[in-house]
Design a protein around this ligand. Structure first.
Ligand code: SF4
Length: 430
């Protein structure tokens, strides 16, 4: 694999594919998978997410999405009452009534997700069965699917994986003798999706589909002629189900920064036998723009030590990007799960001395962070304030998921997200 962003370092300085991993299974501090609804509902424009949960779930969603105001919201919580939780009422009947009322009032909803939560799982409402029953009842106007966003043993980006995994069985079978099709998997802001579609067309791959699609009815087909590129590293289950349907995963780093984006596009170009010179010609200008944008942040970030708490599952690709394109030094890169196969190309590019950790035992990890005194700690909201109070500079991991960070045109903004807290700290000290 080439290393375009690290011309000055030797290959021996990089590579964590075989590195030992510190595995921890203790208390962890992350949002639950319901959080994914906040970006998923913006993407699938005729979908609705109905959380079957408690007031806690409703409060989480209200505070997480509180800054957004919609004339017609596309998510809500059906709150389980005490008699439901005590098994004194038939939660299925009540759910059918709530869904009936919702769809009557909102005929624009083409795809309804029933989203499971901790309370619905504790009382064991079978939402899969409910979705099937409601789909039969409301077909063909609305399809009803279900997935779990429960907070038990999850990380917040897992909600997207569960949602997309629920869509895979709904994808039509692509004809066995059809043309090869490229599928990009993972929710991207529309503007980024359009950029990738244009870039891939310029490279020589004009037919690109995206999962999820913007409209529920545009769900792409899948089959043996499908090759897919993962746009997000946290979609392990979705990838597994796509492979089960015959699709082939194109192994690549993720499209963060000039280098990651180039290698990601290159994986598709190679699968389509695109002439290397034509590939180079198509990407040269946007890659140069990305490099120029990155250079503006290098003096702030170069040489700074960064510590990742496990949170978004973006940690490994982001550490690779920051190390190789901005000169940062990852001290510890924690991630809720280390998908060795999906991250193999990323691990190859991480500095060899990076400490990798999987899972969390939050007190121990805080001790390691305090001992390391990194220049920047990337963590969840709950850890940021205490760490700041101890004089450590932090970056909220969740912001990275809400911001457009993929591709060449966003590389500078991605670097800025890390530079900003360091600049702020410097200004506070003056
Ligand atoms: S799903 Fe569980 S963790 Fe998430 S808000 Fe509801 S009760 Fe809390």
């Amino acid at each position: 694999m080439s290393m375009p962003g690290a011309a000055s370092e030797s290959a021996a300085d990089f590579g964590c594919r075989e590195a030992p991993v510190l595995r921890e299974r203790g208390q962890h501090e992350v949002f639950c998978g319901l959080t994914g609804i906040i970006w998923l509902h913006r993407k699938i424009q005729d979908a609705f997410f109905l959380i079957v949960g408690s007031r806690t779930c409703a409060h989480l969603m209200q505070s997480a999405a509180g800054v957004m105001i919609f004339a017609e919201p596309r998510f809500a919580t059906a709150i389980l009452q005490e008699q439901d939780l005590a098994g004194l009422a038939d939660a299925h009947d009540e759910l059918d009534r709530v869904v009936g009322r919702l769809l009557e009032r909102r005929p624009d909803i083409k795809l309804l997700f029933l989203v499971g939560s901790c309370p619905s799982e504790v009382i064991k409402i079978d939402l899969g069965k409910a979705a099937q029953r409601l789909s039969d009842r409301h077909a063909p106007a609305t399809r009803v699917l279900s997935y779990s966003g429960s907070g038990l043993e999850t990380s917040f980006t897992q909600g997207e994986d569960a949602c997309l995994a629920a869509l895979v069985p709904e994808m039509r079978a692509a004809p066995a003798n059809g043309d090869r099709e490229l599928l990009v998997v993972g929710t991207l802001p529309d503007v980024v999706e359009d950029q990738f579609a244009r870039l891939l067309a310029a490279v020589g791959i004009p037919e690109v589909r995206f999962l999820p699609a913007r409209q529920a009815g545009d769900l792409p087909a899948v089959g043996r002629n499908t090759r897919f590129l993962m746009a997000q590293p946290f979609l392990g289950e979705t990838a597994r189900l796509l492979e089960q349907r015959g699709a082939g995963r194109l192994a690549a780093p993720f499209p963060f920064g000039a280098e990651g984006t180039t290698l990601w596009l290159k994986a598709a170009a190679d699968a389509w036998d695109i002439d290397p010179a034509a590939f180079e010609a198509a990407i040269a200008a946007p890659r140069e723009r990305a490099r120029t944008a990155l250079a503006r942040h290098r003096d702030v970030l170069d040489g700074k030590r960064i510590f990742f708490f496990p949170d978004s599952q973006l940690e490994v690709p982001l550490a690779r990007f920051l190390a190789r394109e901005l000169g940062m030094r990852p001290v510890e890169v924690g991630t809720p799960w280390l998908h060795r196969r999906n991250l193999a190309e990323e691990l190859d590019l991480l500095p060899a001395d990076t400490v990798l950790s999987e899972g969390q035992d939050v007190d121990r990890q805080l001790d390691r962070c305090r001992a390391a005194r990194p220049d920047l700690s990337v963590c969840g909201l709950g850890l940021a304030n205490p760490l700041e109070a101890e004089g450590l500079t932090t970056k909220w991991a969740i912001e990275l998921v809400f911001s457009p960070i993929h591709g060449y045109e966003q590389a500078g903004e991605l670097a800025e997200l890390f530079a900003r807290p360091l600049v702020r700290r410097r200004l506070l000290k003056v």
